[in-house]
Design a protein around this ligand. Structure first.
Ligand code: HEM
Length: 405
C-alpha cells in the first residue's frame, strides 16, 4: 500500500542550455550514489489523461505553492476561458523547460526541475461565470467540524493553482508568471507555500517526514493497486454536462497548524501511540521488532499486557479505510513554516492536500477523526477549500476547455 519512488524522468529535450550535467555525486558518509544532477533536467509531461501534480511526479516536490484566485467583478465565462488558455500555455512551456511568453528571466539557467502546475475550480466559479448548471454534484462545501478554527479569508476561492517544483526559483517563477497572467481577470485570494525534502537529501528515496518528525505517506493507496484509479479519479459515464470532469479529481486543501510545543512535551512512546506507528522506521505498533513501514498493520493485535497494540484512538486506526467503509484518498501535501506567532510558537504545520474521486471520502474520514483521533489535540485546521480539478488537457487544448469553450 506504500507510495514510494522517485520523480519520473521524462526526456531532456528542449531544456535550457546547461541544465543537464553528467555523472553522479557520491553520498559523503554512505558512499551511495546521489543522482542530484538529474534534478534540473527532470520534466513532467503537461499533457495527459490527468493533470500533472496529482500522481506525477510520484512524490510531491521539494517546494509547493498553493494560490486561490477570485474572478474580478464583471469577469464571465469568456474572460475565464481566455485566462485558462493563457495559464495552460505558460504552464506547458515552463514545465517543459521553455520560457513562457513575456518571461522575466527569474528561472533562467535552470531546467524544469519537475515543475508541475495543477488547476482547479471552486464552487463559486460556476455561479460567477453562468455555469452553475455544469457544476459537478460532488463539489459540495466541506462542512465545519467541531474542532475547526477556519479563517474564511484563507479558505475557498473561484480558481486554484498548485505549483510544485524541486527548485525554489523555478517554483517562484512559475507562480509569479501565472499570477501576472491573471491581471485584470482574477486576483489572489490567498497564497501558501510549503516544502518537502529536497531530492538527494537521503541516500536513497524515502517517504518524507513531516514537522512532527513522523514518516508521512506510508498508508497512501498504491498506484499499482486495482482500486487506485477509481479511488483518485472521476470516471466516465456521469451526466453529459459534467463530462468535462472525466479523468479529473477533487482536491481538498486544509492548512493544519501543528501544536509543536505540546507535541514536544510527549515522550517518544506517547508520540508513537498518538499515530500508531514507530517514529524511526514508520513500522506499525502491531508489528514485531525489526519490522519496516511496509509491514501491514494489524488492527486486532494485542500487546502482552492485553491492550490494543495500535491504540483505539491512534490516528492510523481511526483514519484507515477499514474504519471508514473503505473511504480512501491520496495524501500529497507540503510542510509549511510561516514565522512565529505572538506567543512565540512556530506557525508551522501541514498544507494537507488530498486527492479523491469524490470529496465525500475526505468528509467521511475527517468527521470520524474530529471526534475520535488522539492527534486532534495536537493540530488545528485553520483553512479549508475544495476544488474540482478537471482531467488533463490534450495537446493543443487548454485545461478546462471542455467546460469553458
Ligand atoms: C496516516 C500524520 C491529518 C488521513 C498518517 C500517518 C501519519 C499521519 C504520520 C502514518 C503514516 C502514513 O500512512 O502516512 C498526519 C498529520 C496530520 C494528519 C501530522 C495533520 C497535521 C490527516 C487528515 C486526514 C488524514 C486530516 C484525513 C481526513 C490519514 C490516512 C492515513 C493517515 C487515511 C492512512 C491510514 C492507513 O494506514 O490506512 N497520517 N495526518 N490525516 N492519515 Fe494522517
Amino acid at each position: 500500500r506504500r507510495l514510494l519512488g522517485t520523480a519520473g524522468t521524462a526526456g531532456a529535450a528542449g531544456l535550457m542550455a546547461g541544465a543537464v550535467a553528467g555523472g553522479a555525486a557520491t553520498h559523503a558518509t554512505t558512499g551511495h550514489p546521489t543522482p542530484v544532477t538529474s534534478v534540473g533536467a527532470t520534466a513532467v509531461p503537461f499533457h495527459g489523461a490527468h493533470q500533472a501534480g496529482i500522481i506525477t511526479p510520484l512524490r510531491a516536490q521539494a517546494i509547493g505553492h498553493l494560490a486561490a484566485f477570485d474572478l474580478a467583478s464583471g469577469t464571465g465565462r469568456k474572460e475565464a476561458a481566455a485566462l485558462l488558455r493563457r495559464w495552460s500555455a505558460a504552464a506547458e512551456a515552463m514545465t517543459q523547460g521553455r520560457a513562457p511568453a513575456g518571461d522575466d528571466q527569474i528561472a533562467l539557467d535552470a531546467g524544469p526541475c519537475s515543475l508541475t502546475v495543477t488547476f482547479g475550480f471552486g464552487r463559486t466559479f460556476f455561479s460567477r461565470t453562468g455555469l452553475a448548471h455544469r457544476a459537478p454534484a460532488a463539489l459540495v462545501p466541506v462542512p465545519r467540524f467541531p474542532s475547526d478554527a477556519i479563517d474564511p479569508k484563507r479558505s475557498d476561492g473561484d480558481l486554484w493553482i498548485q505549483v510544485g517544483a524541486d527548485d525554489p526559483l523555478v517554483g517562484f517563477h512559475a507562480l509569479h508568471v501565472l499570477q501576472k497572467a491573471a491581471a485584470g481577470t482574477a486576483e489572489v485570494r490567498w497564497q501558501m507555500s510549503g516544502f518537502n525534502r529536497a531530492p538527494g537529501a537521503t541516500a536513497r528515496p524515502k517517504t518524507v517526514r513531516n514537522l512532527m518528525g513522523q514518516i508521512d505517506g506510508t498508508g497512501n493507496p498504491e498506484p499499482t493497486g486495482k482500486d487506485f484509479a477509481r479511488t483518485i479519479f472521476t470516471r466516465r459515464g456521469g451526466p453529459a454536462d459534467q463530462a468535462w470532469m472525466n479523468g479529473g479529481s477533487y482536491a481538498v486543501v486544509r492548512r493544519i497548524r501543528m501544536l509543536l510545543g505540546p507535541w514536544a512535551d510527549l515522550t517518544r512512546t506517547q508520540q508513537e501511540e498518538v499515530i500508531g506507528r514507530r517514529k524511526d522506521t514508520g513500522a506499525p505498533l502491531s508489528a514485531p521488532a525489526g519490522a519496516s513501514e511496509t509491514t501491514p498493520m494489524e488492527l486486532n493485535r494485542f500487546t502482552r499486557g492485553g491492550s490494543l497494540a495500535i491504540p483505539a484512538d491512534a490516528h492510523i486506526r481511526v483514519a484507515a479505510p477499514e474504519s471508514n467503509d473503505g473511504a480512501a484518498m491520496l495524501r500529497r501535501g507540503f510542510s509549511y513554516h510561516d514565522g512565529y506567532r505572538a506567543d512565540g510558537t512556530p506557525d508551522a504545520g501541514l498544507l494537507f492536500i488530498t486527492w479523491q474521486a469524490d470529496p465525500e471520502a475526505f468528509i467521511k474520514v475527517q468527521t470520524k477523526l474530529d471526534g475520535a483521533d488522539h492527534l486532534t489535540r495536537f493540530i488545528r485546521h485553520e483553512s479549508s477549500a475544495v476544488f474540482a480539478v478537471p482531467g488533463g488537457a490534450a495537446p493543443g487544448e487548454y485545461v478546462g476547455q471542455r467546460l469553458l469553450e
